[in-house]
Ligand binder design. Structure first.
Ligand code: ADP
Length: 253
């Protein structure tokens, strides 16, 4: 496994309405460690809206306000990433995409060419949805689906989703204390994939369903997905750095 897409949700990056510097620092440290063992990492990062909200308190229930907050927050978010990566003498870069960019073969190819140059030069591409022209992920998904398409179109082997949950359970573990986590899971059935969306944080929009839809899309296209906690990176560290699965759910067939 050489090329990996890591997606970090807004719930993980945000604490008390602000970007959590500690969690961002741990994530960047993990990416730096992975680069040292010759992995190519593409980061898909949410967090622009919450970053913008630290500067201007607009009502987030109104989508145009969320778009405005993303426009304010995106450069702030990238500056924070730049500062953190600089500690490891690493460069990062910003790529704003929409789902429709990936519908066009020509635009996908343009993006891919740029990403190949960045990765060849050890620069970390940080992808987010271009929230000003596309609102789909702002409403639903929180980049879960975008990150699956990024994995597929930019030839990565695996998508890692770092979430507020430590894996995929047989039922919602926040509601049922007897929920059991799947260590591995293959294809998902239609009933599971068409469940209603749920999200348990004011900045999160996806819930588990968009993650499962991403897993299904990747499995159908010969890729794998790993769902693990973004609050505590020890499971993803041991999985990616030592090849040992201590926790998290691996979707594969
Ligand atoms: P993020 O913001 O990290 O992308 P979300 O909060 O949108 O993630 O989605 C994860 C949430 O989905 C979990 O906290 C959990 O409450 C909920 N959920 C519902 N059903 C399940 C399940 N079967 N397994 C795991 N999580 C589930």
């Amino acid at each position: 496994m050489k090329r990996i897409v890591i997606k970090v949700g807004s719930h993980v990056l945000t604490e008390n309405g602000e970007i959590s510097k500690i969690r961002m620092a741990s994530l960047v440290e993990l990416i730096a460690s992975l680069q040292k063992i010759d992995k190519e990492i593409i980061l898909v990062s949410s967090g622009a809206v919450s970053s913008g909200y630290t500067q201007l308190k607009l009502d987030k229930s109104f989508i145009p306000n969320k778009q405005a907050l993303a426009a304010i927050g995106q450069p702030l978010l990238l500056r924070m990433y730049q500062e953190k990566f600089a500690k490891y003498d690493m460069l990062c870069s910003q790529i704003l995409l929409t789902a429709s960019d990936l519908d066009s073969r020509k635009r996908t190819e343009h993006a891919k060419q740029a990403i190949e140059v960045l990765l060849a030069n050890k620069v970390v591409p940080i992808i987010n949805e271009n929230d000003v022209t596309a609102t789909e992920e702002l409403v639903f998904g929180d980049n879960d689906r975008l990150s699956a398409h990024v994995t597929y179109h930019f030839d990565a082997d695996m998508l890692v989703i770092l979430s507020d949950i430590s894996g995929y359970y047989d039922k919602d573990p926040n509601k049922f204390s007897n929920a059991v986590m799947f260590k591995e899971h293959g294809f998902l059935n239609d009933e599971t994939l068409s469940q209603e969306y749920s999200a348990n944080n004011e900045f999160a929009t996806g819930g588990i369903v968009t993650k499962l839809q991403s897993a299904q899309f990747l499995l159908e296209n010969g890729k794998e997905m790993f769902l693990a906690s973004g609050f505590d990176l020890s499971d993803i560290r041991s999985f990616l750095l030592d090849g040992i699965q201590k926790g998290g759910t691996l979707f594969r067939i």
